[in-house]
Design a protein around this ligand. Structure first.
Ligand code: ATP
Ligand code: MG
Length: 392
């Protein structure tokens, strides 16, 4: 009997005339994500994507990868039976019953998109539920139609009847790359990888940009950022990761400007440089991991002060999240253990003891006028390097 992974998509259904474009991108994404494993057939019918493969072991290997594909709200392994009640019941007996052993409760459900099938949905469900109970006898889970642990579902479609038990949540969001390109300011911390994940989940194609301060920041700090980018690639695609060295600029700021302005001035330079990099890459927005009030540079006033130099929109998907919530996502996407490795960041060297929380614009401009920032930024931009990162 033919096996398939069925993936259901969510918001795409609301996309009106664009829906077919979104479906197509999602299908291409799935093909691309599975390509390293082998040959898969990926088709789309009636708001469902079907992934099949000659080799069952490969199909099993594909499953965890498919759980990380954005745009999918649920997925399950299903068995295709001929559209006859006897075949459906035989399939339930052979493939679904073993999945129910040890479960507390279940219900059977049916959906009939092929209306020419002689039995109606409740009748199909009743027969399948009955077969489960008669096959498993005392080992059968109890029937609970309200809150079952497992729902056994029969989907009578155009080509076959598909049976499955235990639909799982997918990665959600929109297919990767359907919302334009954005530049993620990627530090080695906990927040920025989560911010990148969040925006990628909304369909933004992500390029990464890291600021380093060699020799004050180490080679290992850089390796850590590359590892985080690789981990993000498990959800996205390959990623362009750029590096800008800020050492000279930071040294100049440190010697020319008042200490309490240092972080703010640095952040404004970072945003100006990120704008240039974004334009160069065709990115239409910047993404940061800032969260309101988390540190001195993330007060409303400080954020407004950095935003004044941003030519592109700055997306801050974590702005209203607590650290605890951010950490939960960081763990979910397997970045946390890497993020907490204790390497220095360019933002944490030369940190002022008493940073400005509510900086007046004229004071900030007066500090910036003390040195030739455009020349320093030109030099940093000209010396930047790129690498292509693929999944870990
Ligand atoms: P994170 O955990 O992401 O490092 P954080 O709480 O340490 O965040 P900051 O150091 O103030 O906060 O940085 C705020 C945001 O600025 C980061 O989330 C990131 O988007 C960006 N950022 C900070 N340092 C760097 C860097 N070295 N390179 C690129 N972006 C950076
Ligand atoms: Mg940081």
């Amino acid at each position: 009997m033919k096996r398939a992974i069925l993936l259901k998509y969510g918001e795409i259904i609301l996309k009106g005339d664009n829906r077919y474009h979104f479906e197509d991108v999602l299908r291409q994404q799935i093909k691309k994500r599975l390509a390293p494993l082998g040959d898969f057939t990926v088709t789309c019918a009636q708001s469902t994507i079907f992934v099949t493969c000659e080799d069952d072991a490969l199909l099993d290997a594909a499953y965890p990868r498919l759980k990380r594909v954005f745009g999918v709200i649920s997925l399950t392994t299903a068995w295709a039976a001929e559209k006859e009640m006897s075949a459906i019941l035989a399939c339930a007996e052979e493939h679904i019953c073993p999945l129910l052993i040890g479960k507390k409760s279940f219900k059977a459900d049916a959906k009939r998109s092929d209306k020419s099938f002689p039995l109606k949905s409740p009748e199909i469900a009743r027969e399948v539920g009955g077969r489960v109970l008669s096959v498993l006898k005392s080992a059968a889970p109890r029937v609970d139609v309200h809150e079952p642990e497992v729902t056994v579902r029969v989907e009578v479609r155009d080509d076959a009847a598909y049976l499955h038990a235990g639909q799982e949540k997918g990665a959600g969001g929109l297919p990767y790359g359907t919302s334009g390109r954005a530049l993620l300011l990627l530090s080695g911390g906990i927040d920025s990888p989560v911010a990148g994940y969040r925006m990628a989940r909304r369909g933004a194609r992500i390029d990464g940009l890291h600021f380093e301060s060699f020799p004050y920041t180490s080679e290992r700090a850089k390796e850590k950022v590359i590892t985080l980018a690789k981990k993000l690639c498990r959800y996205t695609d390959e990623m362009n990761l750029g590096f800008v060295r800020l050492t000279d600029l930071q040294m100049a700021l440190k010697s020319a400007c008042r200490e309490e302005y240092f972080t703010l001035l640095l952040r404004r330079s970072m945003i100006r440089l990120a704008n240039r990099v974004a334009r160069h890459q065709g990115c239409k927005a910047l993404v940061t991991g800032e969260s309101l009030g988390q540190v001195a540079s993330q007060t409303m006033d400080a954020l407004a002060c950095t935003d004044r130099v941003a030519a592109l929109p700055v997306f801050r998907p974590l702005i209203g999240m607590d650290k605890e919530e951010i950490i939960r996502t960081s763990r979910d996407i397997d970045c946390f253990e890497t993020s907490i490795l204790p390497y220095e960041d360019c933002c944490t060297i030369f940190t002022p003891r008493h940073p400005r929380l509510a900086p007046a614009e004229e004071d900030v401009l007066a500090e910036e006028a003390k040195l030739d920032l455009p020349a320093l930024e030109d030099a940093a931009f000209a010396a930047m390097t790129w690498m292509k990162v693929t999944e870990a």
